[in-house]
Ligand binder design. Sequence first.
Ligand SMILES: *Cc1c(COP(=O)(O)O)cnc(C)c1O
Ligand SMILES: [Zn+2]
Length: 372
Amino acid sequence: MNQLVCPCCLAGYSLNEPRWRCECGSYLDIEFEPEFNCKVISQRKPTMWRYREAIPIADDAHIVSFEEGFTPLLEISFDGRPVLVKQDHLFPTGSYKDRGATVLISKVKELGIAEVVEDSSGNAGAAIAGYCARAGIRCQIFLPSDTSAGKVAQVKLYGADLVKVPGNREDTARAVLKAAETIYYASHSWNPFFFQGTKTFAFEVCEQLGWQAPDAVILPVGNGTLLLGAYIGFQELQKARIIHQMPRLIAVQAENCAPLYRAFMDKSALIPKIEKKDTLAEGIAIAEPVRGRQIVDAVQESGGSFIAVSEAEIKEAWRDMGKRGYYIEPTSAATIAGVKKYLSPAEREEIIVSVFTGHGLKSTEKIAKIVK
Ligand SMILES: *Cc1c(COP(=O)(O)O)cnc(C)c1O
Ligand SMILES: [Zn+2]
C-alpha cells in the first residue's frame, strides 16, 4: 500500500495528509510501489522526471520543475584510476538539493499548501526557495547567521522570507521546529518526500551505466539526504530486478564534524555527541543528523564504510579540482578528498561513482581566501 510509515512505532498515514512527522515524534518514511519501463524512460526528455512512475506525485499538473536533472556522469582520472563523477552542481539552484526540492514542492502544491518553512546551512534553503518561487508558494527560510553571503543573497532574490538565527546550525534547527508547529515543514532532513527526489540520483547513475549498478558510490554525508535517497533508489531498482546488487555506499564526513563516522567506527548503537569544529565543508557540518541511525544502517547494509577527511585534505582536493577545470564548492571538495582516500590503499578493478554536489559560485568568499 502507498503510505507514510513510521519506522519507529509502525504507524501508517495517508500520503494525502499534510504531515512531516509521526505522532510519536519520529521521522517518517514512504512506502510506494515504483514502476520502471526502461524502454519508455530512455525515450523521454533528459530530466529526472523521466522516472515519472517511480515518483509519488499523483497528478502531473502539480509538478513544479525547471526540467532539472539527468546530469552528466563524467569520467575523471585520479592517479590513472577512473571515477565517474555525477555533475550535480549543475542544477538550477546550484546544488543537487533540487532533486529533493522539485519532488517535495510538487507534493506541497498537490496538498494545496500555501506556505512552508525550511532551515538549512544554505543550499537546501536556496533550493526550497527557488522551487517555491516557481510554484508561487510562500516560504520562510531559517539560516544560521554565519551562512555564506552568496547563499543568503540567493534565498533573498527568490523572494523568500529570511530568518537569520544567532548561534550554530543546531540552534537554527531548534528555531525552525517551533515555527513548524503551525506551518508545513518542507524539511530536507525530516520530510520523506525530499528523499523521493534524491533517489533519482541512483536511477540516473544506473541508466547512464546501461542499467547496471556501479560497485561503489562515494557520497558526502551530513543529514544524508543524498546518501539515503541513493540507497532507496538502488533498493527500488534491485526490487524491480533491473540491477542485481546494491553498490557499496561510502560515506564521507569532515573530521571536524563526523558523528556518523564515529558511530560507525566504534560500532556504537547511539550516535555520539561530538564537539563540532569549524570546517570548510559547511554543507555537511551536521552534528545531530535527524536520520543518523538510518544513515549508518544503510551504509552497513550496503557493505560500505565511512571516511573522514581533514581540512588540509579538503583544500588539496579543492585546488586539484580547480586546476583541472572543475569549479565546485568546498563540501564537494570534501567528497573528492574522500575519493582520493578510498582509492589509495588497494588496487581495485571496480566501477566507482561519486558526485559534485554544489557549484563553486556558491562559495566565492571562501575561494577568494584559498587562492590568495
Ligand atoms: C546538502 C549538501 C551535502 C550533503 O547533504 P546531506 O543531506 O547533509 O548529507 C553535500 N554537499 C552539498 C553542496 C550540499 O549542499
Ligand atoms: Zn511513530
